[in-house]
Structure formats: structure tokens, C-alpha cells
Design a protein around this ligand. Structure first.
Ligand code: GDP
Ligand code: MG
Length: 710
């Protein structure tokens, strides 16, 4: 019964701080929706030296007992918040510090206690703090195995109830100047200072700079610190505690001068409060008795508005209203940013995938996006999607580059023997050059392709000595023919000259396969944000992908076979015109230098000399030249035809746009044809994801409501 009375009184004390302003009401609503869980809302923090009376002050202001006193000197920040809830209770939990390791985080965050009211809290506080200290790893007489003197973890005490009003106060460890051997270290010192700074630099924090009256204010660093982070002094209040401990008249006068703003003035002024002393009764009704002292000299001459906890509370109400006003835009932006972030995290998870229907829908959407990306990539329509900022997704451009490489390499080095140079027939590109260095292809990144694509990207240059080689062919195939090159001879020569076609073609098709494969993987990553689904999806597709790559290679190799092993043949008139051109040039070469003719003709050869010059050749020599020239003309025509067809058939048809293209595999149709079991094995989701989605959805909803409130 007695405890109930006490409970009501503490509630009364807490409610006194109620501010009726509209904006505070809004903050109140945010807190009700638990937005305080996501970002700091306006709050009070008491800062000052150790034992200056911070914890006692907060207790006086809120009516909630704070751990106080010398031996319990605050070792971590304590946050006391109020939240409106249908049920009345007080929950105690720990928020892990910013540097906490995962293990410690779990260890402290699994701590939870709940008590019914402040009386119960008070009764059990010692036990609760023991447990909290142990969890945080703080060394105390009761838990000597603790490793730390201070902790960055935060003890959170949340008071819930139907009548709770907005107020968050934070009690931080007192800053200290000298370290104590065996207890506090330099590291502790800076850790505590950092902790204090973290709170006071937030523009949403009202700084209660706590200064005991019985210590000279000149020795208190806290005012300088507060001024550093609250330059205009808009949110720093000086609070003078322990006035009852000042005995000397001169010391009292000095305190009064402070309150009157005669010494070290503060923008928001000083307030003087008498807290419960170490020996005072625990009962709150004592408060009024305690404050009786202010009716005496010299305190009673001080302005009423600056004396006693009532005056302080009133001032804090106004100030909270102002701070909230200023914090509003910041809170609004922060909530917006957080909403965007949360929404994108939620998008990453994708839609819920519990039922068959949801799973199919989800996967079909992913497939639709994939097909869209793929079409744009094949049409080089890169402006439509930001995804193409990633160069590896620009598929058709990569394919064109590889195709140019193939064409160049083919012209320069596909022939076994270098054809003879005949000035006017020799294009530059028929001279061998190292093929342009292929971009370093990391086949190891795609282990599934290792057995399929080539791993040797080098090409040998054509050899010299073509005429000697033709001589042997001529020798082996000589029959009883007069003049023309026999088909068998040409076949054999062509086969010999084209032995490298297969290797170069395989390199090219391998390049194209790698480009397509890499595209598919990258594009899947862009459209499917769930890693688990991505992996399963890829596993489900890979066998069919490999089969289509293999078929592209087979088609290419079939073309190689047809081109190089069948009887040379072409209807292309280019062959004949080439032949004639070669003959003409050869004749000119045989003519040697002429004799000077008329100025308009330059060098001339008398007609009577022509027969003699040609007659000079042996039959064999003539035949070798014929073979060489025919081979060369045919090689050129066949090579061009071949390069074109490899692109059309093996790359364009098999890999890009034909009906069996690997790019078309992962489609909505594919998804629709999956049976339920297979579908679930790809798109089903585990409990962890379901939970995470629920959490994010709740957060999005909370934040959206918060935006509506604001
Ligand atoms: P903190 O370290 O700043 O949190 O200081 P505490 O609130 O723990 O107070 C230190 C000691 O000073 C405790 O024993 C308090 O009871 C005592 N104390 C605090 N304020 C007053 C006050 O106004 N008058 C008296 N007599 N003692 C006080
Ligand atoms: Mg304290």
C-alpha cells in the first residue's frame, strides 16, 4: 500500500515536466511509436564531475531512483525514458556500445528485466545493477572478475504506462581529472570524456551542467566543455547542488553571485537545487522539507524562478519545447533518410515468399527484370538502366570488341604459311603482328566453364617458306595434267594452310561464351537481391547454360570442319577477280624494268619483248605460282566467309538471339514451368529472412507514421 502511494508521487513528479506544446506532443507521439528506438529524440543529460550530484539531480527531477552515491558512482550511461503503453511496467535492458564485439553485443542485449513500479525497482535495484555490471564486465566488489571500470554500453530503463509523458534523461559517468592507481586508467578517462561529448554535442541534448555549491566553480571544467559544443549557450543550464553543505557565509555569497549572474554568467542561467543527501530519508515527501532551507538567508533573496526543483522543471519544460522546435527539421530529415534506407533494405529482401503463389510471382518478376536488362544489353540500349554503368553488363559492346579481335587475328595469323608479298595485293593486315593483347581473362572466376573454354590464348605467327612447302605438295600430287591446278592439290594445300582455324575460332567463341556468362551472372545479381535465391537460381540454371555454350562451340567446330576439310569451292566472283588481279601483277613483275618511253607513258616494254620474258619460266615454277595464287585468292574469300559465319551462327544465333540462346533461358516461361517443389527449393525463404522482413516492415511503417506525425 505504502509503495503505491510512493508510486503515485513519483508519477506526479515525472508528469510535472509535461509540456503542452504541440511539438512536444508530436515528439511524445513519436516516442509512443517507439521511434526513440531508431534515433535520439530531445533529451536531458546531466554532466559534471564525479559526485557532483548528477544522479541525485535526475532523480529529483524525474522521481525515478537513480543509482547514486559514492560506491555506486556511475560507470556507464543510464538512459531513462518514458513511453505510453496500455500496461504499466518498467523494463530494464542494455544497449551495447558502438565498439562492442558481436559476442558482447549478444551477451548484453539478451539481458532483460521487468518490474511493476518504481517501488519494486528501488527494492531490486542493487540486484539489478549487480547483474548489469556483470554483463557489461565491470569490476565491482560484487563482481571482481570484471575487466573494465567503465563501459560504453548503456543501461536503459524504460517506464511505460498509460499516463507516461515525454521525457528522456541521461546520466553519464562523471568526468575525472586524475587517474587512480589500480582503478582508473588514462584510457578510462578519455573514454568517459568521449561518452560525455557524444551526448552534449547532439543539438537535441539539453545540458545540465551540475556544479556542487561546496566546490569552487572555477575548478569545474564542465562549463568550458559545454561551451565548446554549445557555442551560443542555447541549451546549457547550470545546476548548483548541495547548497546545504555550504556553511561559510562568504561561500554562500559566492554561490548567490553565480545565480544572480554576477560571476561566470551563463546564457540560460544557474538554478539551485537541494537533492537527497547520502543520509537523507528515502521518502519523497522529504523533498519539500529539504527545500525549506531556501526560505532562509541568503537563499530567500534569490529570484524565485531560479530556486528549487519546481522552478528548474518549469524552465526545462520551456527549454525542451525550444530544443524540440530546433530539432524538428533534423529529426524530420533523419527520419526521411532512415525511411529510404530501410525501404531499400526491404526491397533487397524482395516480396514475401511463403506460398507457392508468392514464390512464383517473385521469381517471375525477377525473370522479367532479367529479360528487360538482357534485351537492352543486346540492343546496346544502355541509357535505359543505371545498371549499365557497370561496363561488364554492356554485353553487345563486349561481343563486338571480341568479334573485331577475331577478324583481325584471323586475317593476320590464321594461315600456316605467310603468302608471298605482292605489293599491291598485300593489305597491311596480312602481315603478321602480335594480336592485340586480349584483356586478361580470368577463367578461374568461373570454375563451371573451365572444361569448356580454352585456356591458351596465344597464336603463332604464320611461317615463312610457303613456296618450298607448295613445292612438296606439287610434288606429291603431280598427275598428268597440263596447266591448271588440280582440285586435290588445292584441297591439300588449303587444308595445310588452314590448320589454325579451329584454335583461333575456339578462342573467339570462348571469349563470347565468357562474355555471355559473365553478363548473365552480373545481370542476375542486379535483378535478384536476395543472395540465397541468387545462388539457388544459378545452380538451377547452370546445367542448361553450359549445354547451350557447348552447342555454340559445336556449331563453330562444325563450320571449321566444313570449311577446311571439304573441297574448296566458291561462287563468289571476288575469287575470279582476285585471281586475275594476281596474274596481272605477276606478269608485271616478270616484265622487269622497261625502257624509257614518251614522257606521258613513263617506262615501257616493247611488245616484241613480252613473249621472251614470259617464256623464261619453267613449267614447275609456273605451276607453283599458280598454286600459290589460287590458294591465296581462295583463302581470302573462304576466310571472309568463315569469319562472318562464325559470328552469325555460333555467336549471334547460338549465344545471343537464337531460340536456344542462354540469354533466353531464365524467362517468365521458365519460372511458370517449374514444378512447386523445385520452385520452393529456389525461391522459398527461411525463417530468418521472414523475421528480418517483418522487422523492416514494422520499421518502415513506424517511420512512415512518424513522417505523418511530423
Ligand atoms: P554523481 O556522481 O554526480 O552522480 O553524484 P551522486 O548523485 O551519486 O551524488 C553523490 C553524493 O552526493 C551522494 O551521496 C548524494 O546523496 C549526495 N548529494 C547529491 N546532491 C546532494 C545535495 O543536494 N545535498 C546533499 N547533502 N547531498 C547531495
Ligand atoms: Mg552518478
Amino acid at each position: 500500500m505504502a509503495s503505491n502511494v510512493k508510486e503515485e508521487k513519483s508519477d506526479e513528479a515525472g508528469r510535472n515536466i509535461l509540456i503542452s506544446h504541440d511539438r512536444l506532443y508530436k515528439i511524445d507521439q513519436l516516442r509512443e511509436r517507439n521511434i526513440g528506438k531508431y534515433l535520439p529524440l530531445p533529451q536531458l543529460v546531466a554532466v559534471g564531475d564525479q559526485s557532483s550530484g548528477k544522479s541525485s539531480l535526475l532523480e529529483t527531477v524525474t522521481g525515478i531512483p537513480f543509482p547514486r552515491g559514492q560506491e555506486l558512482c556511475t560507470r556507464y550511461a543510464t538512459q531513462i525514458t518514458h513511453r505510453r503503453d496500455n500496461d504499466s511496467f518498467i523494463s530494464i535492458s542494455i544497449i551495447s556500445g558502438p565498439q562492442a564485439l558481436a559476442e558482447h553485443k549478444v551477451h548484453v542485449e539478451t539481458y532483460y528485466r521487468q518490474v511493476n513500479d518504481t517501488a519494486q525497482l528501488q527494492a531490486e535495484f542493487a540486484d539489478i545493477l549487480d547483474e548489469v555490471n556483470t554483463r557489461m564486465g565491470i569490476r565491482t566488489p560484487n563482481s571482481p572478475e570484471g575487466q573494465h571500470t567503465f563501459s560504453e554500453d548503456v543501461l536503459k530503463i524504460e517506464k511505460c504506462g498509460p499516463n507516461e509523458d515525454y521525457l528522456t534523461v541521461i546520466d553519464v559517468p562523471g568526468i575525472f581529472r586524475t587517474t587512480t592507481e589500480g582503478i582508473t586508467t588514462e584510457k578510462d578517462k578519455s573514454m568517459v570524456l568521449d561518452m560525455v561529448i557524444k551526448y552534449i554535442k547532439d543539438p537535441r541534448t539539453i545540458i545540465l551542467a551540475v556544479l556542487p555549491c561546496n566546490v569552487d566553480v572555477a575548478t569545474q571544467e564542465i562549463l568550458a566543455l559545454a561551451e565548446k559544443y554549445d557555442k551560443k549557450g542555447e541549451r546549457t543550464l547550470g545546476v548548483l547542488t548541495k547548497p546545504d553543505l555550504v556553511k561559510e557565509r562568504s561561500a554562500k555569497a559566492s554561490v548567490c553571485a553565480l545565480v544572480r549572474g554576477k560571476r561566470k554568467p551563463l546564457n540560460l542561467g544557474y538554478y539551485i537545487v537541494r537533492n537527497r543527501g547520502g543520509d537523507d530519508d528515502e521518502d519523497d515527501s522529504e523533498l519539500f522539507k529539504r527545500e525549506d532551507m531556501f526560505r532562509q538567508e541568503p537563499w530567500r533573496d534569490l529570484p524565485d524562478g531560479q530556486v528549487g526543483v519546481g522552478a528548474l522543471r518549469e524552465r526545462l519544460q520551456d527549454l525542451l519545447g525550444e530544443i524540440t522546435d530546433q530539432a524538428f527539421p533534423i529529426i524530420r530529415t533523419e527520419i526521411r533518410d532512415m525511411l529510404a534506407e530501410t525501404q531499400s533494405a526491404l526491397d533487397t529482401l524482395g516480396a514475401s515468399r511463403k506460398t507457392d503463389r508468392e514464390q512464383r510471382q517473385y521469381l517471375a518478376t525477377v525473370a522479367g527484370k532479367f529479360q528487360g536488362l538482357m534485351r537492352a544489353a543486346v540492343d546496346a540500349d544502355y541509357s535505359c538502366n543505371k545498371a549499365f554503368d557497370d561496363g561488364e553488363l554492356r554485353l553487345i559492346t563486349t561481343i563486338v570488341n571480341h568479334t573485331e579481335w577475331f577478324d583481325r587475328t584471323f586475317r593476320r595469323s590464321s594461315q600456316t604459311y605467310q603468302f608471298l608479298k605482292q605489293t599491291e595485293l598485300t593489305d597491311d593486315d596480312e602481315v603478321f603482328e602480335e594480336p592485340s593483347a586480349l584483356e586478361k581473362i580470368d577463367t578461374a572466376a568461373f570454375p563451371e566453364l573451365i572444361r569448356l573454354v580454352v585456356d591458351d590464348w596465344s597464336t603463332e605467327p604464320p611461317m615463312h617458306g610457303i613456296m618450298a612447302w607448295i613445292e612438296t605438295i606439287h610434288h606429291d600430287f603431280r598427275g598428268i595434267t597440263l596447266g591448271t591446278v588440280s582440285p586435290a592439290m588445292l584441297s591439300s594445300a588449303f587444308r595445310g594452310q588452314s590448320v589454325k582455324w579451329g584454335a583461333i575460332t575456339k578462342q573467339y567463341v570462348s571469349l563470347a561464351i565468357l562474355a555471355v556468362h559473365r553478363f548473365i551472372i552480373k545481370a542476375l545479381q542486379k535483378v535478384c537481391h536476395c543472395q540465397v535465391v541468387l545462388q539457388r537460381l544459378f545452380a538451377a540454371l547452370v546445367a542448361q547454360l553450359l549445354a547451350s555454350y557447348e552447342s555454340a562451340l559445336e556449331q563453330a567446330m562444325l563450320l571449321v570442319e566444313v570449311e577446311t576439310q571439304r573441297k574448296p569451292y566458291t561462287l563468289n566472283h571476288y575469287f575470279n577477280s582476285n585471281m586475275q588481279k594476281v596474274r596481272g601483277l605477276r606478269m608485271r613483275d616478270q616484265m622487269g624494268s622497261g625502257v624509257p618511253g614518251s614522257p606521258s607513258l613513263g617506262l615501257v616494254i616493247p611488245v616484241k619483248d613480252i613473249a621472251g620474258k614470259i617464256k623464261n619460266k619453267s613449267n614447275a615454277e609456273y605451276m607453283r605460282e599458280e598454286i600459290h595464287d589460287t590458294l591465296r585468292a581462295y583463302y581470302k574469300v573462304a576466310g571472309k566467309r568463315f569469319v562472318d559465319y562464325i559470328y552469325y551462327l555460333a555467336v549471334d544465333h547460338c549465344l545471343l538471339s537464337g531460340p536456344d540462346s542462354p540469354l533466353l533461358l531464365f524467362s517468365e516461361k521458365w519460372v511458370l514451368e517449374l514444378d512447386d517443389k523445385r520452385l520452393a527449393s529456389i525461391a522459398g525463404e527461411n525463417q530468418q529472412i521472414t523475421n528480418r522482413r517483418a522487422k523492416l516492415e514494422k520499421k518502415v511503417q513506424d517511420l512512415k507514421e512518424a513522417i505523418d506525425i511530423l
